[in-house]
Design a protein around this ligand. Structure first.
Ligand SMILES: [Zn+2]
Length: 259
């Protein structure tokens, strides 16, 4: 009965808060073989990788490796093919996206206001994660992630995409230069992704990435996105814009498969 109501409202999937794990988890991805989520402030600053491994250990997750990215706001996507045994945490230099089909390998991007994207193909077994702020979004990093998975054998209709917590249009005002650079790239979307508040243009980063995923050919019913704003929700999220002086803390966003 309840699921009928949700279906009528259009909520056939959702991202929900798990109070035991203190993360948000997407129902579209998580099952017995796939585990993904978005951390909250309660799990600490993920610049310290110990906070990530502690979370995984406390959640009783069996994993071999944590893959961190040395994020530089690029369009670089790393294909992780081989496991280097021994070390628990490995950092890939100069990249903002990673895909793999290795099991028990936890792919992580760390954010505070920028947008994390998780992509899973349960048919090929490939998983991916990427980080996009305005630079990556301007250059369509989401679309490039989709292409990279296609190059690894994915069919578009099998791709599941989830956009995690990022800064909302409510708080993301951009200057005139940035506004015009987006207008140049996304003239067709500009009515949707920009709103005028006071004398500033506000950008809806999640909506832009959502449209980029659909434009790349991902099915509407296989894209989910987080509806709240990382800057507004002081209780749950770190925010670079909110804490301009001290705001260096980062949340972690992750995906892995168990085998
Ligand atoms: Zn906000």
């Amino acid at each position: 009965m309840k699921s009928d109501v949700f279906k009528k409202l259009g909520f056939i999937f959702m991202i929900t808060y798990n109070p035991a794990l203190k993360i948000f988890t997407p129902s579209l991805i998580n099952d017995t073989d796939y585990f993904s989520g978005f951390s909250t402030k309660d799990l600490g600053d993920s610049k310290n990788p110990k906070n990530i491994s502690n979370f995984l250990n406390l959640s009783l997750v069996e994993f071999k490796k944590i893959i961190l990215l040395d994020q530089i706001h690029s369009l670089n996507i790393h294909l992780l093919e081989k496991d280097i045994p021994g070390v628990e945490t490995e950092t890939i230099e100069d990249t903002d996206g990673v895909i793999t089909n290795l099991g028990q390998t936890v792919l992580v991007v760390r954010t505070a206001d920028c947008l994390p994207l998780i992509i899973v193909d349960k048919t090929t077994g490939f998983i991916g994660i990427s980080h996009q702020g305005w630079r990556g979004s301007l250059k369509n990093m989401a679309g490039k992630m989709v292409k990279t998975l296609q190059n690894s054998g994915s069919k578009l209709h099998n791709l599941i995409c989830v956009l995690g917590p990022g800064i909302g249009a409510c708080c993301y005002d951009v200057d005139q230069d940035r506004y015009f650079s987006f207008l140049q790239e996304y003239d067709g979307y500009s009515q949707k992704i920009f709103s005028r508040r006071g004398n500033r243009w506000h950008l809806n980063l999640a909506l832009l990435n959502y449209l980029q995923l659909l434009n790349a050919g991902v099915k509407t019913e296989k894209v989910d996105f987080f509806p709240f704003c990382s800057k507004c929700d002081k209780k749950r999220f770190f925010s670079r814009r909110r804490n301009k002086k001290t705001g260096q803390e980062l949340m972690f966003n992750f995906v892995m498969k168990s085998r």
